[in-house]
Design a protein. Sequence first.
Length: 351
Amino acid sequence: MIAFTVCSNNYLAEALTLGDSLEASGFPAGNYRIFLADELMEGIDYADLKYRVTKVNDDMVPGFSRLTQYYDIIELCTSVKPSLFKYLLREHRSEQVFSYFDPDLYFFGNAERIVAELNDSSILLTPHVTRPVALQKQPFENVFLNFGIYNLGFLTLRADDNAGQMLDWWEERTLNLGVIDVQNGYFVDQLWMNLAPLFFSGVKVSPHLGFNAAHWNLNERTIKGVNGRYTVNNCFDLLFFHFSSFDFSPGRLSKRAYTSPAENDPALNEMALLYKNRLTANNYHFFKKIKPAYRVSFDNYIAKAFPQGVNTNSITVARKLRKFPGQLLRKLSNLNYMIEIVKKYYSSPGN
């Protein structure tokens, strides 16, 4: 199996820590790649890093230079994933299985378990949740309906024609529509995958609760640990945990507001402390200070904000508005909103 992640310089500590956890599980270090969706920075000796770091370019991702001016860093790092799958498939023609991991994953079990889970399928997905969520629990089901049924922090593919067709379809969308615009049905690379089981054959949705455990599914997964080995619901070995929005504060797992059930706390606190120590050992505080080199231009940002009707006049107005105090603009916009509400009231039947 060939595995890879994508990140900017400020996430290199997470990417290195992921690699360490893979290697500790017995995964060959040479089979893990870090793709850098950022500029190479002075002060970082990439050749001296433990795992191979490759800067993303136009040869790997069609139109990558254009994307760096149009996408923010989250959109950029996610949009290139299909193209990098294709790049690795070309580079490693003798390999059969390829996996993408978000840099903030950490393996507690043997990564080769993924190959067995894929079995004879072509595409392996993990759902955010696998059972109904109680009304009073957060995150509730609407979150996953908005942002995607499956978590694309993990994806495994077999090197076959079916997966190739899926990558072509997925790549076309991420390179052109890989934006964060949830109200219009766009959420980077992830939301598209809702349709994959309908459009392509050989798609397996893993029922294994030890795959992609995270703060968003702890309501259905109780994690317990004994001597560094963790289990989920006393039935599944924990393969990897997704430390999304990890919080360095003591006793915290994520910066998100979601809380975990009390029975999870001992194991989660132990896991979080382990992860924190590994990040620190990989120069987390140094890398985190680095700002991504790529920035969305103002004109492109405005164009993304008004995808249906942006024109030169819109951009000109937006440029002028930048000079006004934000508080004044908010007051004016609120007044306009109130006027519209009053107009709708008096124009409604019976008023």
